[in-house]
Design a protein around this ligand. Sequence first.
Ligand code: G3H
Ligand code: 13P
Ligand code: ZN
Length: 316
Amino acid sequence: MIVSTDALFKHAYKNYAVGAYNINNAEQIMGLFRGNMDSKAPFIVQLSKGARSYTDKRLLEAMIRAADEIFPDAVFAVHLDHGDEAACMDCIESGFYSSVMIDASGEEFDENIAITKRVVDAAHKKNVSVEAELGKLGGVEEHVSVDEADAKLTDPKQVQEFVERSGCDSLACAIGTSHGAYKFTGSQGLHFNVIEEIVKLLPGFPLVMHGSSSVPQDEVERINAAGGDLKGAKGVDEDQISKASKMGVTKVNIDTDGRLVWCRVHRELFLAKPDVFDLRPAGKIFMDEYAKYIMHKNEVLGSSGKLDDVRQAVQG
Ligand code: G3H
Ligand code: 13P
Ligand code: ZN
């Protein structure tokens, strides 16, 4: 059942965080739905701009609709990840998305507000909610690459004005994470003082943490042992993710970890069985392994076992 992102946030706020998982293909969708069903967790399926054009947005959306039929007990929201204004408008018009993220964090404060407000005005007419971003995460995505030197933590002094003037429904904050597999060089972690300050200024308002992959070291080691070269890859400590999930960080975005599972499964299989060239054996292992990863992550977020309760809350 596709539900509103707001309903998921209302249920989760300060109790647990909802996992927002990026998907690109059928195998990820199957693994994602199975993992969430097996751990009885609500979740958010998110599609980036790159994912929507990887095959065709209609194919990806149709697969999500099909998964909704295959897993009738699933409770989830559909979200556009890192949209520009045009992508947001397209998703809002489509009627399929529960929420969109307008990422105008590269713009100056006033321009970020102006763009976000235009998206909010269009979205709210269609009951779509809007995530906006203030501050700038470092790291690499398909469409954006931000040097660590240009990354900027969210300034708590700006959050009230930003939310009030833009009308956004949730706020992606830069609190020390970055996108991709190389997040930290030393022992850095989340800036809990920044989270605390923002929560104090915006009580009850859902915060979003991007760049939340934990880059499991056993995955990295297995990938490297099977011919990969991911030296120094490092992610967010899972204890820190659990702590943030109880503080007001209500949506936790994860993409890179799923790619690592995919990479490990394929590297290991093709290294061990050089005669295999069929795509299905690897796909099957990936779906199982990704489902296991999702179950584990939902434990970390605290969303495991919340499904029946959320369904009741949503249905009233
Ligand atoms: O934060 C961005 C996501 O990891 C999406 O990445 O644009 O390569 O699909 P992508
Ligand atoms: P990771 O690169 O840490 O998985 O972050 C994903 C993300 O923020 C998607 O919006
Ligand atoms: Zn992101």
